[in-house]
Design a protein around this ligand. Structure first.
Ligand SMILES: *[C@@H]1O[C@H](CO)[C@@H](O)[C@H](O)[C@H]1NC(C)=O
Ligand SMILES: *[C@@H]1O[C@H](CO)[C@@H](O)[C@H](O)[C@H]1NC(C)=O
Length: 301
């Protein structure tokens, strides 16, 4: 009997002993790390587990790059979230339309003056996913069979950083060509992190339309298809070489012509024994400098 009484006493004592500690403010959140999609609403939860103060002071701060600023202060939404958020019972913050600049840490702080433990805070980190924009793709127009080449794809807006996939004639290129009967003889490798599609040795069958897709959890975007031609022989090289040869020929011809003209002109000017005439004919040849010519000729006349 004495034992039972002792146990009862102990239970009463310990439960009484717990009462003061529950007279303190304790916060809780459903998610310490929150992901949201850009342009969608998101609620950061700040739940009050226990409190005895009637009107606790609630504040929210945004901490970006280590710099805190108020987003809820003196019962008003302020700073970066002004007109874009609202406080919801008990102390949650609801952002109506998140933007990428909302990615930051947020701290809910509750001060309860009548509680023994009169302050608690909770830190939540918010990451806003951003849909990729149309990636920039570079596909060579023409390559020669047997040479190596690289197709590139780059997208800078998406968050988290997107993964890249490549399509050949509207069919996705498998990560590893060795695993696909259709592409088993192709020599390409894809780097899904950098967007590179590299061919060790281009084959005739690799010709076609290519486009790339950038994708993350928020969405995806792709560039428009671009044609890659594959030539048996180095047609491009031959074209460039013949173009260079033609250019050199015209340059030489122009040079020769020019020096011949000058030679003729010099003869002419020497044959006419007048000091005024050469300057006039000289000016009339330089038809590019017309204003100058007019000035000169009026002076001569
Ligand atoms: C969110 O904001 C963006 C840009 O500020 C706007 O285009 C979009 O319509 C907004 N969405 C909603 C649901 O208000
Ligand atoms: C791949 O190469 C092998 C050997 O040259 C050939 O037998 C096979 O038909 C080729 N496969 C494709 C899909 O081109």
């Amino acid at each position: 009997m004495a034992m039972v009484r002792l146990v009862a006493c102990f239970v009463l004592y310990t439960s009484l002993g717990h009462i003061p500690s529950s007279l303190g403010v304790i916060l809780r959140t459903t998610d310490k790390i929150v992901w949201a999609n850009e342009f969608e609403p998101i609620e950061l939860t700040c739940l009050i587990e226990s409190i005895s103060t009637n009107n606790p002071r609630i504040e929210w701060k945004k901490i970006k790059n280590g710099v805190p600023s108020y987003v809820y202060f003196q019962n008003k939404i302020a700073g970066d979230l002004e007109n874009r958020a609202q406080l919801r019972e008990p102390a949650n913050i609801l952002i109506f339309n998140t933007t990428r600049s909302d990615t930051a840490e947020y701290r809910c702080e509750v001060a309860a003056i009548d509680d023994q433990r009169d302050f608690d805070e909770i830190l939540i980190s918010l990451a806003v996913r951003v849909k990729p924009v149309v990636p920039r793709c570079s596909v060579p127009e023409a390559v020669t069979v047997g040479t190596s080449t690289e197709l590139r794809c780059l997208e800078n807006e998406g968050f988290p950083a997107p993964q890249y996939r490549w399509f050949h004639n509207n069919e996705e290129l498998p990560q590893d060509p060795k695993n696909s009967p259709k592409f088993v003889n192709s020599s390409y490798t894809i780097n899904p992190d950098t967007g590179g599609l590299k061919f060790q040795r281009v084959r005739k069958e690799d010709a076609g339309e290519y486009y790339c897709q950038a994708k993350n959890d928020a969405g995806h975007a792709q560039c428009s298809p671009q044609m890659m031609e594959v030539y048996d022989i180095d047609i491009l090289g031959i074209f460039l070489k013949s173009f260079a040869a033609v250019a050199v020929f015209f340059c030489l011809a122009a040079c020769i012509c020019h020096s011949l003209k000058r030679g003729c002109f010099h003869k002419k000017s020497h044959s006419e024994n007048n000091y005024n005439w050469p300057s006039q004919t000289d000016a009339s040849y330089r038809d590019a400098d017309e204003g100058h010519f007019r000035h000169k000729s009026s002076f001569v006349i």
